[in-house]
Design a protein around this ligand. Structure first.
Ligand SMILES: Cc1cc2nc3c(=O)[nH]c(=O)nc-3n(C[C@H](O)[C@H](O)[C@H](O)COP(=O)(O)OP(=O)(O)OC[C@H]3O[C@@H](n4cnc5c(N)ncnc54)[C@H](O)[C@@H]3O)c2cc1C
Length: 415
């Protein structure tokens, strides 16, 4: 093997250094694996599409994964715990409350800003000698055979060839990897947009997350550090444009009218951003020596804050399968192993699709019988402990699934 080939040959190539790809690289930081992480956009630039002002509500299960990856200590200072969740339906009687005490956990989840997660993950990546970051660099071509995957990336206006035993597509919902492999996706457009902003309320949020279903869809207020709240407001694309264009006081008044005064008078509103909402699902999560994770495999409506949590469970399982192969000195890109990854992830992903889709369809419906039925279902969930526990378990990312339960990282155990 020539020196040049050795330099450009990796055990694992990850395309996309968003939340999913960067988390996978970090999960494998203490292994002997030589990893290439290819990311198109530099961190801390306005063009970076994922590490922006958005927040993620990390489930308790995701915290266990980051804990087991020894990353929670660096993320915890940026995390605001969710101690209870208050789910209500505007203008109807049903209310459900979930609490950490009932579930006997330290917190039901945690809210972190994407930008903070990105900075912490990249600080770890930069310190890890086995992770080679190519950024800004873009995937251009991909071929695979029985032995390896070969790719060309564009970096500094030049083309560079890399090879790897395994390639992971973590390049988001417009995945170039999927295009190059002719893997299709099904897509369901919700004809809704999420308008996102961060606000400072007049009262203390007391670590309560509010999910309020209003006529346009869910309106969520999630507790953030420094007594701020992250607002995710689901509206039609036209309403999103209208709300985006309002001046701050009119926008605040509209939001206050929909949310009410549980948190007092809204005092300060940050930058607004709009995201179109859809459900997208790749027809495959593995092909040959390529595995697909995160948004490249599945994008869900943010109604229940499940997207990144689902992606992190892809990461946890894939990292476990890779490490088990590497420890046995076996091929980490074995197509049989990737088929196993695909089939083990199937249940969890289907459950999240179903859970999210039902929430969106039921709670974005103003027709009277549907509205009464959902009020009733909220009341039922509130009075039936088993049902409520099931809702909490799903929200916390602790649903074991049919095939063999949770991955080691998801159970808080090291790889
Ligand atoms: C409004 C909103 C609110 C949300 N709230 C939550 C929440 O509360 N909880 C939760 O769990 N999830 C939430 N999500 C979902 C979460 O943001 C996504 O699941 C997560 O960002 C997916 O990360 P990813 O790394 O898979 O994809 P992406 O974030 O899309 O990252 C893909 C990366 O690949 C790079 N890339 C793309 N093409 C190439 C190429 N050819 N070569 C090199 N690099 C490339 C991109 O630059 C990017 O960095 C929310 C989503 C939205 C829209």
């Amino acid at each position: 093997m020539s020196g040049e080939r050795a330099d450009n040959h990796f055990d694992l190539i990850i395309i996309g250094g968003g939340l999913a790809g960067a988390s996978l690289a970090c999960a494998l930081k203490d292994t002997p694996l030589k990893i290439a992480l290819i990311e198109a956009h530099e961190l801390n630039t306005d063009s970076q599409p994922c590490y922006d002002d958005r927040t993620v509500a990390l489930s308790y299960g995701s915290r266990c994964i980051f804990d087991a990856m020894e990353l929670w200590p660096v993320l915890a200072p940026f995390a605001e715990p969710i101690n209870s969740i208050h789910i209500s339906d505007r203008g109807h009687f049903g209310v459900t409350r979930l609490s950490r005490e009932q579930e006997a956990v330290e917190a039901l989840g945690y809210v972190l800003e994407n930008r903070d997660i990105g900075q912490q993950l990249y600080a770890v990546i930069e310190k890890s000698s086995n992770i080679h970051l190519f950024c800004p660099a873009e995937l251009n071509s991909l071929q695979q055979d029985g032995q390896q995957v070969s790719i060309d990336i564009a970096i500094d206006g030049k083309t560079q060839a890399l090879t790897g035993k395994l390639l992971v597509a973590a390049d988001g919902n417009k995945s170039r990897v999927l295009q190059l492999l002719n893997i299709g996706s099904s897509r369901k457009d919700y004809a809704q947009s999420a308008l996102i902003t961060n606000i400072t309320p007049g009262k203390k949020h007391n670590n309560v997350a509010y999910e309020r279903f209003i006529e346009t869809g869910p309106l969520a207020f999630l507790p953030m550090t420094q007594n701020r709240c992250s607002v995710v407001w689901t509206v039609s694309p036209e309403q999103a444009d209208y709300l985006y264009a309002l001046d701050e006081s009119d926008f605040t008044a509209q939001m206050q009218q929909r949310f009410g005064f549980r948190l007092g008078q809204i005092k300060k509103v940050g930058k607004r951003q709009i995201y179109p909402l859809f459900l997208q699902s790749a027809t495959q999560m593995a092909q040959g020596r390529v595995a697909i994770i995160g948004n490249a495999a599945h994008s869900v409506h943010p109604v229940a804050g499940q997207g990144f949590n689902l992606a992190l469970r892809d990461v946890a399982l894939l990292a476990e399968l890779i490490v088990d192969k590497q420890r046995r000195n076996e091929d980490i890109g074995s197509p049989a192993m990737l088929q196993q990854y695909e089939s083990l992830r199937e249940d969890d992903i289907k459950r999240v699709y179903g859970f999210t889709d039902v929430l969106v369809r039921t709670f974005s419906n103003a027709i009277a019988p549907v509205a009464h039925a959902r009020s009733l279902s909220l009341l039922l969930v509130d009075v039936l402990p088993d049902l409520k526990h099931q809702l909490a378990v799903q929200s916390m990312g602790l649903n074991a699934g049919r095939h063999g339960g949770l991955s080691r990282l998801n159970r808080g155990l090291p790889l």
